[in-house]
Design a protein around this ligand. Structure first.
Ligand code: ADP
Length: 605
């Protein structure tokens, strides 16, 4: 303003006698200045500071008009202000100007009329405010981005300034919000108000620079927002003079936290009430959570179960199996399922079924394991009872069927019977007795497998001969189908011949049974350096894809429209025998076209 007053003085008093020193004051003034013609807007004279600041030479400047130093989009605004230029008033405005290098600057200009040039000119003094304007812009942008409402409180006058975000965040219109402390204090929730005011004045009185408070603040729509308000106080001579701060709306955050806490507590309740023990581990397999069920079983705490402490309640005979299975799954990040025994706090033994699955975040990061341990003691006992029952009943049936078969075969040898028409009936009795005998053998095998008592009687076997002999015998039993041995390589191997015959018999029995409309069954045998492979192909019912995974399960039978007799144990026994011989069994089947069952055994020679 001092420069302005000086010029006023110069204009009024001394201008008529402009002399050299006046010119120097104008030319050498550090503040950019110029004089322009209000009719043409052409520059009439420009000082050195303006030349330097804008980057034009004097010649260039004097060939331009005020229009040329405005960004194109601001020209319209300039045209609107031209009309007021001829008045005597001093004006103060903020504009944007263009420098020669194309950069845009923000300027505060003071312009006033000069008697020079017949009163058709104005002197303009320019202050570059680009830096402070950009700083303000940046501040505004930051508070928009952080969504913080910023305030500045003059403690001496109680004047309170808020930034634009304050209006955006809390939805108050500019008019209703006055720039005083009352406007803020009256919007604090009545239940929080006294506390908030007391705490802020306590902080200021106590010389505390930082103040933080969580309270509810009234929004423009009449609802309350949860806010965290943080202030910083400036002190002068021990007295608080200014406090600046920001208010953050945390309503949504709180709502989310409450919802999460609620769902956590629901999950916690479900988990505690669950009849199954549920657990969770971290990436290394260390237990991070286990529910009440397990803690009650073992009378332990979560800490007791960490660092493999949970293995302490596993039955000593099962610990190795359990810990090895778990360690392997964690290492390979694969799911597992395992039956084992645990010892409860009162010493009672329980059977459990434990499952574990790897956990992944949405972005596929592995986060550990989650699993369940279900008490299956009842089922296990029933299974054991069932196995014992099957064992007993099969033994009981074995003797009568052996007697029937024995005496039947004896009769078959008698001349009178052979020559009489009843021989046909006797043959049917013998076929069915054979079938029953095999069923009983299979049942006995099931209980032997369950009790771990399946014994292999291994020796060197000429498999080519074994297979052709078996096919010959079976052909007599199954006259409806031609059993075609299409490939039978020379093959010696080490194994149990009776069990091998049992495998062939079971597969051919099924092939015939499940292809009632067909009249042939194909058998292939292939032998290489290491393995023997046998396939039995039929042209019968085939198996629906969805049933394939269960075909080798104990007592599994496909829902059979033909009501074919059977117990669902033949394939289970085959699989167990083959696995005991370190081999494998598999099948290819198409519903309505037929099946090929194949097994592979190591020759072990
Ligand atoms: P089952 O005594 O019922 O024959 P298995 O264990 O031998 O018991 O077979 C299990 C089930 O697999 C059978 O019930 C049948 O549905 C199906 N299956 C076995 N072999 C064949 C086959 N060759 N063709 C079609 N289905 C078959």
């Amino acid at each position: 303003m001092r420069v302005y007053e000086l010029f006023r003085f110069l204009m009024d008093k001394i201008f008529p006698e402009i002399n050299h020193s006046m010119n120097v004051i104008f030319q050498e003034n550090p503040q950019p200045m110029w004089v322009f013609d209000i009719a043409t807007l052409n520059f009439l004279t420009v000082n050195n500071a303006a030349l330097q600041h804008y980057g034009y030479t004097e010649e260039e400047f004097l060939s331009m008009s005020v229009r040329d130093i405005r960004p194109k989009e601001d020209i319209e605004k300039l045209e609107q202000t031209i009309e007021n230029l001829s008045g005597p008033a001093t004006t103060r405005r903020t504009f944007r100007h263009l420098k020669k290098d194309g950069s845009i600057i923000y300027v505060d200009i003071i312009s006033f009329p000069l008697p020079y040039n017949n009163g058709q000119s104005r002197l303009v003094m320019i202050s570059d405010i680009t830096e402070s304007t950009l700083l303000l812009e940046r501040f505004d942008l930051i508070s928009k981005a952080t969504h913080d409402a910023v305030w500045d409180w003059n403690l001496e006058t109680d004047e309170l300034w808020w930034n634009k975000s304050f209006i955006d965040v809390f939805g108050h219109s500019g008019q209703e919000l006055k720039n005083d402390l009352e406007s803020w204090a009256n919007r604090i929730h009545p239940e929080d108000k006294d506390q908030v005011l007391a705490s802020i004045s306590e902080a200021i009185q106590g010389g505390q620079k930082n103040w933080t408070k969580h309270y509810r603040f009234l929004k423009g729509d009449g609802t309350y927002a949860d806010v965290i308000d943080r202030g910083y106080t400036q002190f002068k001579d021990g007295k608080g003079i200014r406090m600046v701060g920001s208010m953050m709306d945390i309503t949504l955050q709180l709502q989310l936290e409450r919802a999460r806490a609620q769902s956590d507590s629901i999950l916690q309740t479900i988990s505690s009430a669950s009849p199954t023990a549920l657990w969770m581990s971290d990436v290394e397999g260390n237990l991070v959570y286990i529910n009440q069920k397990w803690l009650t079983w073992s009378n332990t705490s979560l800490a007791d179960n960490q660092m493999n402490g949970w293995l302490k309640i596993v039955h000593p005979d099962d610990v190795t199996l359990v810990s090895e299975t778990y360690a392997k799954s964690v290492l390979e990040r694969t799911a597992y399922e395992l039956d084992y025994r645990i010892i409860l706090k009162d010493g009672e033994e329980r059977w459990v079924l434990a499952t574990g699955f790897p956990r992944y975040e949405q972005d596929n990061t592995f986060t550990g394991f989650v699993g369940a341990v279900t008490d299956i003691t009842r089922q296990k006992h029933m299974e054991i009872q069932k196995d014992t029952f099957i064992n007993t009943i099969s033994h009981e049936l074995k003797t009568p069927i052996s007697t029937i078969k024995g005496f039947g075969q004896l009769l078959r040898k008698s001349k009178t019977i052979v020559e009489s028409p009843v021989v046909k009936h006797l043959d049917r009795i013998l076929v069915q007795a054979d079938r029953m005998d095999r069923l009983i053998q299979d049942l006995l095998d099931v209980s032997r497998i369950a009790l771990g008592k399946l014994v292999l009687n291994e020796m060197e076997v000429d498999f080519k001969k074994l297979l052709s002999d078996s096919i010959q015998d079976l052909q007599l039993v199954y006259p409806t189908h031609k059993l075609e041995l299409t490939e039978n390589a020379d093959c010696k191997l080490y194994g149990d011949p009776a069990r091998m015959t049992q495998l062939i018999t079971n597969l051919i029995d099924n092939a015939v049974k499940y292809s009632p409309a067909a009249n042939r069954v194909l058998v292939y045998q292939h032998c290489d350096q290491e393995f023997l492979t046998v396939s039995v192909q039929d042209f019968g019912l085939g198996i629906i894809k969805s049933n394939l995974p269960f075909i080798f399960d104990k007592f599994y039978q496909v829902n059979d429209v033909y009501k074919t007799p059977g117990l669902g144990i033949g394939l289970y026994v085959c699989k167990e025998i083959i696995e005991r011989m370190n081999g494998s069994i598999w099948l290819n089947s198409t519903e309505g076209e037929g099946s090929i069952f194949s097994f592979k055994l190591p020759r072990k020679l």
